[in-house]
Design a protein around this ligand. Structure first.
Ligand code: UFG
Length: 343
């Protein structure tokens, strides 16, 4: 526990997809979320639980002012770039925003005596090295990221772990598998630009709003030849952050925890589930493999249960797709909701 009275939590990247759902979960648990976001990829309208401080994580002074003005006691750090493909073209940008941004945050936390951090990491820290296609991934598995994006997430974990050892910070890195779905309220959901994720693209194809879906490869060493992923409902991810904030850990501890269900679904399973939800088949064809896609990424999620007392409650594929579909039917965040793109 980080105190009996519910603390103020700075949520960097809280105007983004997972950040907004986590701000809602924090609010519902009686925490006071304060969102810190530069709105380059987040949306002002997604900030409904707690106020918005517009700023860049590389701006240490702005973070310091937010800590002081809001009496921040803990940080959940989502802000960063996430597009795997873009990271291969602009690694410099990913190292700057993800790694230098995290360094700036850590320094500001240290200066202002903020001693608790939950970090948004990724299953991208694991590559496929040494693992069979049907094996789940424990936290100790080799870390051989297959993209600069994964490299930067791993580098941030190392930096946070060292900071915990050196200065008594308490840190938890949550390694997400495939975040999907939306809050059932329909108020917030996934709105990436450009969208590259399977479920929203399959949904758009099925609704006739987008191009027919291309299945990226059907010759993988998996049961139906398409890639296996561990899809986790964004609200289950959000509750994992609250659990990571509340878990009793000593000063100086650092823990890395997988957040997934432990069940893998193929691209074809997802296409089938989206078709069932829509009541009509998703138009699709098979294309070549996408660069860097590992055949299988499925969590061993036992540490999340034992350490955090967390388990997924709404992550069946049908529930994820149902909630994603409800969100697709809502009016989207308005054009004026975004800040100017700076990068
Ligand atoms: N896929 C298709 N067609 C598409 C889009 C995706 O067949 O049009 C396939 C991909 O090849 C992959 C699966 O659907 O096999 C899921 O792809 P996503 O793009 O939805 O998600 P990824 O597994 O590539 O990536 C996600 C996050 C990353 C994170 C990674 C690691 O988006 O940030 O999980 O777990 F790094």
């Amino acid at each position: 526990m980080i105190g009996e009275s519910k603390p103020t939590v700075l949520v960097t990247g809280g105007a983004g997809y997972i950040g907004a759902h986590t701000a809602k979960a924090l609010g519902e648990r009686g925490f006071r979320p304060v969102v810190f976001d530069n709105l380059t990829s987040g949306y002002r309208e997604a900030v409904r639980w707690g106020e918005l401080v517009q700023g860049d994580i590389r701006d240490e002074a702005a973070l310091g002012r937010a800590f002081t003005e809001h009496g921040v006691q803990a940080v959940i750090h989502f802000a960063g770039l996430i597009e795997v493909g873009r990271s291969t073209q602009r690694p410099d940008l990913f190292w700057d925003i993800n790694v230098a941004g995290t360094r700036s945050l850590l320094t500001a936390m240290q200066t202002h005596g903020v001693g608790r951090l939950v970090f948004s990491s990724s299953a991208a820290v694991y590559g496929q090295a040494g693992r069979g296609p049907l094996e789940t991934i424990p936290e100790e598995a080799p870390k051989t990221p297959s993209s600069p994006y994964g490299d930067t997430k791993l580098a941030c974990e190392w930096m946070i772990a060292a900071q915990c050892r050196a200065y008594g910070l308490t840190g938890v890195a949550l390694r997400y598998f495939n975040a999907a779905g939306a809050d059932p309220s329909g108020l917030i959901g996934e709105a990436h630009e450009p969208e590259t994720h399977l479920i929203p693209l399959a949904m758009a194809a099925g609704l006739g709003d987008g191009k027919p879906l291309t299945v990226f490869g059907d010759d993988f060493d998996t049961p139906d030849g398409t890639c296996l992923r561990d899809y986790i409902h964004v609200n289950d991810l959000a509750s994992a952050h609250v659990a990571a904030l509340e878990v009793d850990l000593p000063a100086g501890a650092f823990e890395a925890v997988n957040i997934g269900t432990g069940a893998g679904h193929s691209v074809r399973d997802v296409v089938g589930a989206v078709g069932r939800a829509l009541g009509r088949p998703v138009p699709h064809s098979t294309g070549p493999r996408r660069d860097g896609d590992p055949p299988s990424l499925v969590a061993n999620a036992s540490r999340a249960r034992s350490l955090l007392g967390w388990e997924p409650l709404c992550s069946s594929l049908d529930e994820i797709v149902r909630d994603a579909l409800r969100w697709e039917g809502q009016p989207r965040y308005g054009a004026g909701s975004r800040g100017a793109r700076k990068t």
